[in-house]
Design a protein around this ligand. Structure first.
Ligand SMILES: Cc1ncc(COP(=O)(O)O)c(C=O)c1O
Length: 386
């Protein structure tokens, strides 16, 4: 059994998450986990380090096949390894896709959105059009009319599934309808599926490209072991392209700007996708229990915060509007509870009054953060506001 309860000091490890704020702040923001990577990855990296030579790498010969095996095993999606192109990250991946393929059309982004999607148009000299996911009874839902209105003006749809920050795992019916609309309006789909290994009981991740050959022909899928196995710092991701032909424009967009993937990242990815499943099974049990613990705590103790239970990812989207806090909830919890969350405003216009929380930490850390939030809301009289 892996010990996900172990508290690891990350403050002295150049961690982005742990070094931005003062030492008394608990950081539950950046989307990495506070867990050690599995032994199978560490052993593979150690073995590679023992070789002692770290010159320029080529794209690993075996990683494309290992990636193909992984997506088939996990999602029943059969691809040809020739469709796999290694990248240094998913963010650079979706920026490159826009750079290479957006042409004169707009880039369609669903909000609330993982913030880097909102900068793609600016980065690539294109224009953005957004459409809003809407809160339903117990999850965010698609508004297909607004989606189609936006898609009719777009050349690329940046899909995020499972969705950051709402934690939605889109159903087959939703994906089919999105794909049908995109195909009808000649929109290329760029599907960020970086969180696809992280879905909880009762949910199934469906790669949109796996729906049909027609959809696959119009979809670039981006995945990575980085969230799942906590190797984001090793900068290795994969694009799964409709065909080899699309590698050329993508490589041309990258030329001189984006370097080749990290040598140790390729080693880690290979080990993760070959040998990481047993560890992942344990991780999912732990994360799902964290999720349930957190949602239950919020429902019981934090009236005024609304939170749907995320179906995937280790992120949750907290609607704090009913609390009527002074300033942003992000600043309030940072200043008064000494808990760092992500500021909802950064996720698009429908993120104002929200925060995103990352629950991929030892349960004791999560409890401490939630307790600090409860204590300050209680002390300052906000728990009666509902
Ligand atoms: C949806 C999504 N895409 C991409 C990334 C980052 O990917 P990378 O580190 O591979 O650039 C994240 C990290 O939080 C994410 O949540």
């Amino acid at each position: 059994m892996f010990n996900f309860d172990e508290i690891i000091d990350r403050r002295h490890s150049d961690s982005g998450k742990w070094n931005v704020y003062d030492a008394d702040v608990l950081p539950l923001w950046v989307a990495d986990t506070d867990f050690k990577s599995p032994d199978v990855i560490m052993d593979a990296i150690k073995q590679r380090v023992d070789h002692g030579v770290f010159g320029y790498p080529t794209h690993s010969n075996t990683l494309a096949q290992t990636t193909a095996d992984w997506v088939e095993k996990r999602h029943g999606w059969k691809i040809n390894p020739e469709q796999v192109q290694l990248l240094t990250g998913v963010i650079s991946g979706f920026n490159l896709v826009a750079q290479a393929f957006a042409g004169q059309g707009k880039v369609l982004v669903q909000i609330p959105s993982y913030p880097p999607f909102l900068h793609v148009a600016e980065n690539t000299g294109t224009q953005m059009i957004t459409h809003s996911l809407v809160p339903g009874v117990d999850q965010y839902e698609m508004d297909f009319d607004s989606f189609e209105a936006a898609a009719s003006q777009a050349s690329i749809f940046l899909l995020c599934n499972p969705q950051n920050p709402t934690g939605r795992v889109f159903t087959r019916a939703e994906l089919e309808r999105m794909a049908e609309i995109c195909l009808r309006h000649h929109v290329l789909i760029c599907s960020d599926e970086i969180h696809s290994d992280l879905v909880y009981g009762g949910q199934k991740h469906i790669p949109i490209a796996s729906l049909s050959p027609e959809v696959a022909a119009r979809t670039i899928t981006l995945i990575a072991p980085s969230k799942t196995f906590n190797v984001a710092g090793l900068k290795t991701a994969m694009a799964i392209l409709p065909s080899k032909d699309m590698i050329k424009p993508l490589s041309a967009a990258a030329k001189g700007l984006v370097g080749s993937p990290n040598l140790l990242g390729q080693t880690a990815a290979e080990a993760a996708y070959r040998h990481g499943e047993a560890w992942l099974a344990e991780l999912l049990v732990y994360l799902e229990a964290n999720r349930d613990f957190m949602v239950d705590f919020i429902h019981r103790n934090l009236p005024g915060i609304n939170c749907f239970s995320p179906q995937g990812t280790y992120l949750a989207w907290l609607d704090c509007r009913a609390l009527n806090l002074p300033g942003t909830p992000y600043q309030f919890f940072l200043d008064k509870a000494r808990v760092a969350l992500n500021k909802g405003d950064d996720f698009g216009e429908n993120g104002i009054g929200f925060v995103r929380i990352n629950f991929a930490c030892p349960r004791a850390t999560l409890l401490e953060a939630l307790q600090r939030m409860f204590d300050v809301l209680s002390r300052e009289g906000y728990l009666h506001s509902k």
